[in-house]
Ligand binder design. Structure first.
Ligand code: ADP
Length: 494
């Protein structure tokens, strides 16, 4: 028997998952990742910790599945996007902690580049914002000072992982990750000389851009004793889109992980949103003769979703585990007038306000821990509703059902509230690790382990469909008050 290994390098943690031919999970290893918050608004990861976690997880997942490395037909890689780093080509050591996508330290740099906003959007499909990699790489280069650029490599987490996994042989990224750096030309699908000039970045430190679904290189045999092809690399959101079978215009999904990301496939042409959604690459598939097939997407990125649950757990210590948020929220009849604005890293779609900050509003002496936790969960669903509205307005055809995945989807209260506030069913799959599943599907298809994408997608089981309940009207009324709260939290740190 042969298997596919997916490496899912997320913001919260890193996992390796082994899938069998039926698309079922037969082995898994996961390690939570340390989050560093050196200053307000700053978020960093130790790239060496990520690499150590990958090395450990590959072996542990193989052991968990009761197989050997020889049984792994291919590796699919999927990563948190935009997070980036520089490393030393000779020593393999990072030159600084990786700057995480949620990090706001370069908001000031973005303001200085305001004159280029429309040109940046035109070329990259993205809104000038500290979220993307470009200004983070500028900051990192400035920080490391006088270095010999010939000895420096840079990129997003996928390029770091590929370089390490191939024993330093391959420095590459894929179109879906590159499209989030703000340095790739969306039409040409290559590094854009004008964007590189605007951000004052040398192309020589950047990886080669390759098709998402295709061979990136072979696993260094020193790692597991065998060579294994790395046959797919996707940004995490694009990988989940692939897993859900969203490969045609109008098919979309919403992933509730650290952030919440609603992504809609748009076909082979770039579509520009009228409602503050990003244009980006869905994925590319290598074809014979060096060519590739390309799909674009529209995306609503919300920076803080599961991250606010993590903050309740680790920052405020008012819950012991993320799962505790569900019974607590259900203890109370309603939010007791308490509203939460999840702007812990500013606001993404559809507001794009780097200077917004998180807020609780409507507190009274009657407000309890349960009300506050409930307000946080409601806020996650409310922001997704704002983005669904934007997608509906862009497409002209309202979404009839929302396909979801990601760690925070385990929360039944959140899913029910989402169905209520949207007034449409929410469909939760049995495997919530759609991100890892997408990379596995793509890698397995690339090496001929599977031959039908349609069958793979059809074979996915649905765990539960949340229908709008009798409380839908109440949730939708409450949405208007929540929007008022959002306005109060905007333009906070100018
Ligand atoms: P990522 O890929 O961004 O690392 P995951 O999909 O692994 O994220 O999901 C992890 C996130 O889900 C964490 O932020 C965590 O707080 C949140 N989470 C996990 N379980 C629950 C739960 N039962 N209720 C709400 N949030 C949860």
């Amino acid at each position: 028997m042969q298997y596919i290994m997916s490496l899912d390098l997320g913001t919260t943690g890193n996992r390796a998952i082994i899938f069998d031919r039926a698309g079922q999970i037969v082995g898994l290893a996961y390690k939570e990742l340390t989050q560093y918050y050196p200053k307000p608004g700053w978020v960093e990861h130790d790239a060496m910790e990520i690499w150590e976690a990958i090395r450990w997880a590959m072996g542990a997942a193989i052991q968990d599945a009761g197989i050997t490395a020889q049984d792994v037909a291919a590796i699919g890689l999927t990563v948190q996007r935009e997070t980036c780093l520089l490393w030393d080509k000779t020593t393999g050591q990072p030159l600084h902690n990786a700057i995480v996508w949620q990090d706001r330290r370069t908001a000031g740099l973005c303001h200085q580049l305001e004159a280029y906003r429309s040109e940046i959007y035109e070329r990259s499909g993205l809104f000038l914002d500290a979220y993307f990699s470009a200004t983070k790489l500028m900051w990192l280069l400035d920080q490391v000072g006088d270095v010999n650029l010939d000895n420096v490599l840079g990129g997003t987490i996928d390029s770091w992982a590929i370089w390490q996994l191939t024993g330093g042989k391959v420095h590459a990224t894929d179109h879906s990750n590159a499209s989030r750096t703000m340095l790739m030309n969306l039409k040409e699908q290559d590094w854009d000389p004008e964007l590189l000039k605007i951000f004052n970045l040398p192309q020589q430190i950047l990886p080669e851009i390759k098709p998402s679904q295709g061979i990136f290189g072979q696993l260094d045999p020193d790692l597991l004793g065998v060579e294994i092809p790395i046959a797919a690399t996707f940004g995490d959101q694009q990988s989940a889109l692939f897993a859900h079978g969203c490969d045609q215009p109008g098919l979309l999904k919403c992933t509730y992980g650290t952030g919440c990301f609603l992504v809609s496939h748009m076909g082979g042409e770039i579509v520009r949103s009228q409602n503050h959604l990003l244009s980006t690459v869905a994925w590319t598939t290598a074809q014979a003769g060096g060519d590739y097939q390309l799909g674009y997407a529209l995306e609503g990125s919300m920076f803080t979703a599961g991250a606010c649950i993590q903050w309740l757990r680790d920052g405020l210590n008012i819950i012991d585990t993320a799962a505790d948020s569900e019974p607590l929220a259900q203890q109370v009849e309603d939010n007791g007038g308490v509203y939460f604005v999840p702007a812990l890293s500013g606001l993404g779609a559809p507001h794009w306000d780097m200077s917004a900050r998180g807020a609780f509003l409507g507190l009274t002496r009657g407000a309890s821990k349960a009300h506050m936790v409930r307000a946080v969960l409601e806020a996650i669903a409310n922001q997704a509703r704002e983005v669904v509205q934007a997608v509906n307005e862009d497409s002209g055809t309202p979404i009839k059902e929302l396909k979801v995945d990601g760690g925070a989807c385990q929360n039944d209260f959140l899913m029910q509230y989402q169905a209520d506030v949207l007034g449409i069913p929410v469909e939760r799959p049995a495997i919530l690790d759609a991100t890892a599943q997408g990379a596995a599907f793509a890698a397995g298809l690339a090496v001929g382990y599977w031959d039908s994408y349609t069958d793979l997608v059809k074979g996915r089981k649905i765990d539960r469909v949340f229908e709008p309940s009798a409380r839908a009207t109440q949730a939708q009324d409450s949405f208007a008050t929540w929007q008022k709260a959002v306005e109060r939290a905007k333009h906070w740190v100018e």
